[in-house]
Design a protein around this ligand. Sequence first.
Ligand SMILES: C[S@@+](CC[C@H](N)C(=O)[O-])C[C@H]1O[C@@H](n2cnc3c(N)ncnc32)[C@H](O)[C@@H]1O
Length: 247
Amino acid sequence: MVEPQSPSTARMIDYWLGGKDHHPVDVAAADAFESAYGPCAAIFRSLRAFSGRAVRHVAGDGIDRFLVFGAGIPTQSNVHENAPAARVLYTDVDPEVVAAGRQLIAGLERVDYVRGDVTDLDSIDRAVLDRVLAERESRPLGLVFLGLAAFLDDATLARTLDAMYDAVPAGSRLLFDFDAMELAGYPQALAMMGPAFHMREPARFAELLGRWTPTADGITPVADWRPDGTPEDVPDAFWGGVAVRQA
Ligand SMILES: C[S@@+](CC[C@H](N)C(=O)[O-])C[C@H]1O[C@@H](n2cnc3c(N)ncnc32)[C@H](O)[C@@H]1O
């Protein structure tokens, strides 16, 4: 692969998770961010553990099809590993990330990865949707929306979540997270995220969910969402939960 010129958040996360799908430019950006904020690996491992628990919980409720947005690089404990019997379609807007992701899932049955922009659901190849997620009009889906909210302003986020609601049948689940206000205390690290980075108070995110109804577990710091044993001792940088599409 050609060396990328600029870092990608997906590959920086891969680095923090201990994966191998990143480049020197990503490691440099990750190290610079950590010098302004502090160690990140434990935070992203906790976030990934939340993702695993949420996927297993939703799969345990009988959801056997997942559409993953902004999937990044499905390097460890990803959706197809936590719901091995499910059909999974990963999507991401970044063609380089899609190419790396496709290599990782090559040869797996029931799993595919294509380019798609979460803010424009029609951007996802209809033929692939039909093949991987057949019967999606009648069978509830798990929509995975992790690591994306920070990249969308309030109006775009609300419109996107609303379109996702209309695109799936009743009983479908939305697995979500968002950046809480943690970086407000670290101006240098916040500046590195650029002007298009959006943190939110939990109450504000709840408003933006619109018609999606959070489960009784609520919207919590990710480490506290249905923990397996004692929650990880990490800053409450990410909050999340699962929401349901009503009838
Ligand atoms: C922070 S990474 C998160 C990756 C993964 N979901 C996770 O939780 O580890 C964000 C990913 O979202 C992708 N992304 C950003 N904007 C997007 C959009 N509008 N539609 C789809 N993917 C997008 C980026 O390319 C990147 O791979």
